[in-house]
Design a binder for this molecule. Structure first.
Ligand SMILES: [Fe+2]
Ligand SMILES: [Fe+2]
Length: 238
């Protein structure tokens, strides 16, 4: 399932690039409210909310690993294939290749600081992740997970979620902050506009909104869409 949608591009609707402060309060006739509101999202917030989409996909992976071990014959492998597809189209082909690897990582490497030392590992994890999503897609292609692959797939899903949880957390707390520090406020706004253009070229619309819609559809398909199901129990009395 490739990422698809038909949202109107945020900038082209207005025919010009609006500054964030004005755009967040200005409502133009015929202009979707969310299109205007998105103009106030900074480049770093944009990257971090993209991580939010990816984290929801990781939750699906982790939950799927347990569901597979519990009852593989009834597991909807097509939904897991769709999860890998969305991780590829939104995470790998867009967020990683077009933003992090093309813009953020090269700038952070030049800082020669703590964050720069993480880049080789982050790049290696991107490569490992791509092998995993390809394996998930191939294994789930028939709509059912072959019995001989159940345990291997389950372990791979848990390892994938573990790797990307910490990967995204280090990017959020160290790498993106180091990247932001290399720019003035106006440069950050400029690069935010550039990232929006990349997003609209890639997805022909608001890729984030489309990805959120698609992740919800997968969660619903697997019965994982109720936030309350993840609430922790209080510790049992000793
Ligand atoms: Fe990354
Ligand atoms: Fe990332």
């Amino acid at each position: 399932m490739a990422l698809q949608g038909h949202s109107v591009p945020r900038r082209s609707v207005l025919g010009l690039s609006l500054g964030g402060a004005i755009a967040t309060t200005l409502i133009l006739p015929g202009c979707a409210k969310s299109d205007v509101a998105d103009e106030g999202v900074s480049a770093t917030e944009d990257l971090m909310r993209e991580h939010g989409v990816l984290r929801r996909l990781l939750v699906i992976c982790r939950e799927s690993a347990a569901m597979l071990l519990a009852n593989a014959p009834s597991f909807d492998a097509g939904a897991l294939a769709a999860t890998a597809d969305l991780f590829k189209s939104f995470g790998e082909d867009y967020h990683e290749r077009q933003l992090e690897e093309a813009h953020i990582f090269p700038a952070v490497r030049r800082t020669h600081g703590e964050a720069a030392n993480l880049i080789d590992t982050l790049m290696a994890q991107h490569a490992q992740g791509r092998e995993v999503t390809t394996y998930i897609k191939d294994t789930c292609a028939s709509g059912r997970v072959p019995a001989a692959q159940v345990e291997r797939l389950s372990q791979t899903l848990v390892g994938f979620a573990r790797m990307y949880e910490v990967h995204a957390a280090y990017e959020d707390t160290i790498v993106f902050q180091a990247w932001k520090a290399t720019m003035s406020a106006s440069q950050l706004r400029e690069v935010g506009d550039q990232f929006e253009d990349i997003e609209h070229t890639q997805f022909h619309g608001d890729g984030f909104d489309m990805a959120v819609d698609q992740v919800l559809q997968i969660e619903q398909r697997l019965g994982l869409h109720d936030l309350g199901r993840y609430s922790a129990s209080a510790p049992a009395p000793e």
